[in-house]
Design a protein around this ligand. Sequence first.
Ligand SMILES: [Zn+2]
Length: 246
Amino acid sequence: MDAILTFHRLDASPDVLSYPKDAFPRALDALLEAGIRIVPIGEIVTTPPTGPDRVAITFDDGYASVHDVALPALETRGLPAIVYVVANHVGGTNRWGSQPDSVREERLLGQTELKECLAAGMQVGAHGATHCALRNLTSIAWDSELAGARKQLEDRLGRSVVHFAYPYGVAPEEARIRASAVYETSVTTRYDYLRRPLDLGAIPRLDAYYFRKPESLSRLFSTRTRRAVQLRRALRTAKRWWKPDA
Ligand SMILES: [Zn+2]
């Protein structure tokens, strides 16, 4: 089986966006020791799952800890990952307009750090221009959040940017159609393993928050974990039905 894991920050905060800093290298080792291959996003979504179980590692928002904590752990093990960055916030903070004031301000990766990530083998994808939810936008805003974000990052980094992550995982049909016209792959926050055939405009992921104990990742594809994933997904769907904006 295949799955894509979503991380945000790596630190000691109990926040849902934080994964324990010290647990991250152990999480990588738990996956590897279980015989799970860690592959790039492009590979996991385009090649059939015929061999051993596979995982792709993704980071949303582009927090500085991706460079400071995740990169050395990935680099020493020779492992790939992708970081999805908010084009207008490179070198800034997570104070995007839609962010409630209660969310702690965090430093995001700057251009030099992103280039170091690229040089060490990490990929960079786009996560919009301003991190606004992709729905009911004007045509100028659609353009700026999708094609504009891509162009801005490509100009800054001198690399092609072909992967996208929907801010807040908001991916209504219009967003999926528009994102698919600009990017090769677009990931959501829909909580699931990869199932074939795969819609490259709405790729599901598993939030690493639920696997904060590194050992739990060695059982990522076990029957028991698959049942737990299914149950959590059902609960999330019920919550959305009950409260559509949650
Ligand atoms: Zn985000």
